[in-house]
Write a protein that binds this ligand. Sequence first.
Ligand SMILES: Cc1cc2nc3c(=O)[nH]c(=O)nc-3n(C[C@H](O)[C@H](O)[C@H](O)COP(=O)(O)OP(=O)(O)OC[C@H]3O[C@@H](n4cnc5c(N)ncnc54)[C@H](O)[C@@H]3O)c2cc1C
Length: 395
Amino acid sequence: MQVLNYDVVIIGSGIAGLRALFQFLMKSGEKQRIALINKAQMMRSHSVAATGGTAAVLRPEEGDSYELHAWDTIRNGEFLSDQDAVFKLVEEIPKEIYFYDHIGLPWSRREDGKIAQRILSPHSFPRCAYAGGWTGFHMVQTLYDNATKFDNWDRFEECMALDLVMLDGEIAGVTVWDLIAGELYLLKTKGVIIATGGLGRLFKFTTYSYQTTGDGFAMALRAGIPLKDIEFIQNNETSLVPSGILIGSSARRLGGKILNAKGERFMERYAPETLEMSPKDVVARAIMTEIKEGRGFKGPKGLDYVVLDVTHLPERVKKITLSSIREPVMKLTGLDIVDSPIPIRPAAHFSMGGIKTDLYGQTKIPGVWAAGEVACLSIHGANRALANSTAECTV
Ligand SMILES: Cc1cc2nc3c(=O)[nH]c(=O)nc-3n(C[C@H](O)[C@H](O)[C@H](O)COP(=O)(O)OP(=O)(O)OC[C@H]3O[C@@H](n4cnc5c(N)ncnc54)[C@H](O)[C@@H]3O)c2cc1C
């Protein structure tokens, strides 16, 4: 086993891990040595899948406010959010959006040149900044690109962190397994940031990539660090059967209808006013009720489903506006959304809970922090508001 010394070890190179790395690089000076570990390639973190955007109040003059962003977050979280943590998030994230802008992230723009923002449920104001359909990818890419300008960090790519090493109750290091060379490392350190993302792959049907197996949650528990809010798992309401990939809300926003096997638009019974555009949990529960009560279609591997129907929409919308849905659906199911409804059901999508930390990401053990989806400050309560997760990762 090789033994190496670092000032800080960061586990995970998603938005949270890379943002932490970049902050250290900017603030700590050349003398600090930092290790960044990722069990996949650095740029293949799950964060690249985030397409919808990052929520931030950029337009108080047009009617948005911190109070409104906080209200949308807290109400959507079923009033179980930690309100101090929510206010910290909404006050910090606008600065972060401009920070990314200044280091090169190509945010989509309005005609007047300002950063474009769109409205995504449950936000009551168009406050989700986005970079085309590739928000997460560009956040990761911009951070990684800027980090390469510094020399005082080492990449442990395709290397899996196995455990925190504790000595007399204090953090002493991290054990790491090089998945390509088979080598084992002990990285000695007094500072660890766990940024290993969510745990979607614990579930049979999920929108998450294969690397999202909850390693950080387990590592923390083994070291005696408590988890919090772990019972709250968000389901994405419209996920493609059988692969689980997320079908974005754009298809429904443009008029797509969800139908059961009897051809009924059943959301009329569950939420007659907001229908398919109701909050994620409302639509997900309605779909599962239909399936459990026998009004779904028989699916593979027990994955019974309902359908999202866009066949009645204009050709141009189906072929051009919804091309980012049409293409993967065709590839993964052989169906063309132009004339075939899309088989969907809810899938595990986000973990509201995680490693218990204070407002600054500090866990119970001094020197061990958690950041991003693996961490829990109870910002999201029982139900995360869309676009608040990339915001939390970066703040
Ligand atoms: C399909 C999809 C779309 C989404 N869209 C949005 C959106 O539009 N807006 C939004 O705000 N949120 C969105 N989310 C949620 C958001 O993408 C995630 O919550 C966020 O990207 C998590 O980032 P992270 O940095 O915490 O973790 P990740 O990006 O998951 O990165 C964690 C990294 O840690 C590595 N790792 C894990 N275990 C180990 C280990 N033992 N050793 C070494 N490395 C390890 C992983 O390989 C991974 O690279 C979406 C989620 C999904 C599933």
